[in-house]
Design a protein around this ligand. Structure first.
Ligand code: NAD
Length: 278
């Protein structure tokens, strides 16, 4: 059934098979998306949305609270394990080699922990396991200080030693290596140019579990749709991307969860896209 539905979208032409993943692919690993009810964060008597917490403005005003939020979220990510959809992308990369590219908005690191290669995985919003100096000291990107526990109780404030560990040698704050909502993409830190180029060259773009609220994924989908390229969207709920797929000549919307669809889809893509001319 699935091979039949995607077969008309798959080109004979060579080019990378590009996957674009969002929070939805990790939802079945137990990591909440930003759309769900668990999204807000309480500071004192006020509830903040992720779009308020994940900003340079919030960090400038309340760095310890923003760190507490990230350390809690990082703990949720560290406790999660890759699911069947992550594993299917690893099998696909093993089969496709250099024809595989993965662009992920997720900061949970689950694609890399599942076994996808760092070289072919563009973490366009960063990684919650990493940090960097606010002033830009080198090394630019580094692991979080080892003394910080991997999991974090929601209400626990950081103590003085933990706050001191989150300072660069220069005295400035270390910050999470995550693209904040009031910041811009770039190539050195977030692979902006590489991700755009991937969309321009893609033999097919497969979008899994992203609502369409962020700009680079939107640009990638529009690039593929504008040139009549194949666009496959997997999501249990309709999104701007599923609407784009349904109105584009070689678009397909597969309604369902990542673990329901992605393993079968990658098998079908392997046979259809990689079977030819490889
Ligand atoms: P989003 O929360 O805006 O949207 C998630 C999408 O996933 C929705 O369209 C939803 O219908 C879909 N979804 C829910 N359950 C699913 C499932 N089981 N299978 C497939 N799809 C499912 O998330 P977004 O579009 O990725 O972007 C928002 C921002 O949130 C990004 O900047 C991202 O970095 C950040 N974020 C990351 C994580 C993570 O790293 N796991 C978690 C939450 C948010």
């Amino acid at each position: 059934m699935l091979p039949h539905r995607v077969s008309h979208a798959i080109p004979a032409a060579a080019g990378p098979v590009v996957f674009l993943t969002g929070a939805g692919i990790s939802a079945e690993s137990g990591i909440p998306t930003f759309r769900g009810p668990e999204g807000f964060w309480r500071v004192g008597s006020r509830n903040y949305q992720p779009t308020e917490m994940a900003t340079a403005v919030a960090f400038a005003r309340m760095p310890a609270e923003v760190w507490r939020w990230y350390l809690f979220r990082r703990g949720v990510c560290r406790s999660a394990v890759p699911n069947a959809a992550h594993r299917a992308l690893v099998r696909f990369e093993e089969r496709a080699g250099d024809r595989f590219l993965l662009v992920t908005q997720n900061v949970d690191g689950l694609h890399l922990r599942a076994g996808n290669s760092a070289a072919r995985t563009y973490q366009i919003h960063g990684n919650a396991d990493l940090c960097r100096c606010m002033r830009g000291c080198r090394p630019t990107v580094r692991e979080l200080p080892a003394m910080l526990p991997e999991t974090w109780e929601k209400e626990r404030p950081l103590n003085d030693a933990e706050l001191a560990a989150l300072r660069c040698e220069c005295g400035e704050w270390l910050r999470p290596h995550v693209l904040w909502f009031d910041e811009s993409y770039d190539e050195p830190l977030y692979r902006y140019v590489s991700a755009r180029r991937a969309a321009e060259m893609a033999a097919v773009l497969i979008v899994v579990g992203t609502s369409g609220a962020t700009s680079l994924p939107a640009q990638m989908c529009e690039t593929v749709a504008a040139r009549g390229g194949p666009l496959i969207v997997v999501d249990p709920e309709p999104t701007v991307f599923s609407a784009l797929a349904e109105t584009s000549a070689r678009g397909v919307y597969l309604r369902g969860t990542a673990t329901e669809i992605v393993p079968e889809l990658t098998e079908a893509l392997g046979a259809l896209a990689l079977g030819r001319g490889d």
